[in-house]
Design a protein around this ligand. Structure first.
Ligand code: NAD
Ligand code: TYD
Length: 344
């Protein structure tokens, strides 16, 4: 392993992985390959901008020729695929791009990678492939029951990876991370969205009763989980990366308001997301057996994240313009007009 292609490395989790690997492994050449969609952001890579062991390539994982040329130019021997359309609400509004990137893009990377003779292929997946987990904790052998177009596209991508392992003997591994939060997260996902809205005294639209449960994982713990699986995971296997910190959305919202010193009157309960999974929860024993351990508790991580968004308005204020505002209008205008109650 020497020349590692990190696709989607300008996004939230991919950039945390790139920053980590560039700094920890000067002997590796990290090539970030990213289309720079609305979610990709070169500011996320500023800390490694001048690193001699990092290169950035702007291209699309569904573009066979661009993938081929990059694998060849940089003698790539390893692929870590973070590239994806990643937001459930956008997948409900417009599923097309999800199929193109999360399914066809994964297939393209696998197929060109196989022809090029790459070694390890790591696919970054999600707990959402398991669907709604009413009780207990998902283990890696549980069936896939995805419920949103996003989750279905990620499940399909994973199944392509499995087929390349079984049929062509490719060296593949998969990670399934839980809900991730931390610095540099695009402010459409729950935590950065609510922090940045609350900082501007704007309403926080909680879907339904807010009693949905998510398992929260700090982005640096997610990146270290991917690193451990890349280096030590067994070929053909999948590994859950779980924070094992389960919280109701409404409790996360209260905690954020408290950290920010903002009033609870900002909370608006709005009509629920269609097909909304009530609970995600995973068991991380398989990854722990490889030596991985979560470093950040949710309390520590949330406080650090709030502080980062307070200190780095330069990073998120320029995102909350243009296309972002169009999306905000489509997603929230009617919902907020139908807000039924206000928590106190
Ligand atoms: P993100 O939306 O912040 O970043 C995605 C990145 O992929 C962006 O830089 C974007 O420009 C790039 N990209 C999108 N389409 C591309 C294409 N066709 N070709 C090349 N690059 C493309 O996403 P994220 O939250 O960092 O998630 C990264 C990965 O982790 C995804 O695969 C996601 O499914 C998975 N995941 C995310 C979470 C979470 O809570 N955010 C949890 C578990 C798993
Ligand atoms: P999100 O960050 O979109 O991640 P996911 O849907 O992948 O879990 O949402 C986390 C939870 O927060 C989810 O249950 C939906 C809820 N949510 C809201 O209640 N309001 C919002 O505006 C957003 C973006 C999410």
């Amino acid at each position: 392993m020497k020349n590692i292609l990190v696709t989607g490395g300008a996004g939230f989790i991919g950039s945390a992985f790139v920053r980590r690997m560039v700094q920890r492994y000067p002997e590796f050449h990290i090539i970030t390959f990213d289309k720079l969609t609305y979610a990709g952001n070169l500011d996320n890579l500023l800390p490694v901008k001048d690193a001699p062991n990092h290169t950035f390539v702007r291209a699309d994982i569904a573009d066979r020729e661009a993938v081929r040329a990059t694998l060849e130019q940089y003698s790539v021997d390893t692929i870590v695929n973070f590239a994806a359309e990643s937001h459930v609400d956008r997948s409900i509004l417009d599923p097309d791009a999800f199929i193109r990137t999360d399914v066809f893009g994964v297939y393209t990377l696998l197929d060109v990678g196989r022809q090029h003779g790459i070694g390890r292929f790591l696919q970054v997946s999600t707990d959402e492939v398991y669907g709604d987990v009413h009780e207990g904790f998902s283990v890696e052998t549980d069936p896939f029951l995805p419920n949103s177009p996003y989750a279905a596209s990620k499940a399909a991508g994973e199944l392509m990876v499995r087929s390349y392992f079984v049929t062509y003997g490719m060296d593949t591994v998969v990670t399934r991370g839980s809900n991730t939060y931390g610095y540099y997260q695009y402010p459409e996902k729950l935590i950065p969205f609510f922090i940045t809205e609350a900082l501007d005294d704007r309403p926080l639209p909680v879907y339904g009763d807010g009693r949905q449960v998510r398992d929260w994982l700090h982005v640096d713990d997610h990146a270290s989980g991917v690193e451990v699986v890349l280096l030590h995971g067994k070929s053909g296997e999948a590994y859950n990366i779980a924070g094992e910190d389960l919280r109701y959305n409404i409790d996360v919202t209260h905690a954020l308001l408290k950290l920010l010193g903002k009033p609870e009157t900002l909370i608006k309960h709005v009509p629920d997301r269609p097909g909304h999974d009530r609970r995600y929860a995973m068991n991380a024993d398989k990854l722990k057996a490889l030596g991985w351990q979560r470093q950040m508790t949710f309390e520590q991580g949330l406080a650090a994240t709030v502080q980062w968004y307070q200190d780095n308005a330069w990073w998120w204020r320029k995102i909350k313009t243009g296309e972002y505002l169009e999306y905000y209008k489509r997603q929230y205008a009617a919902r907020l007009a139908n807000a039924t109650n206000v928590s106190s």
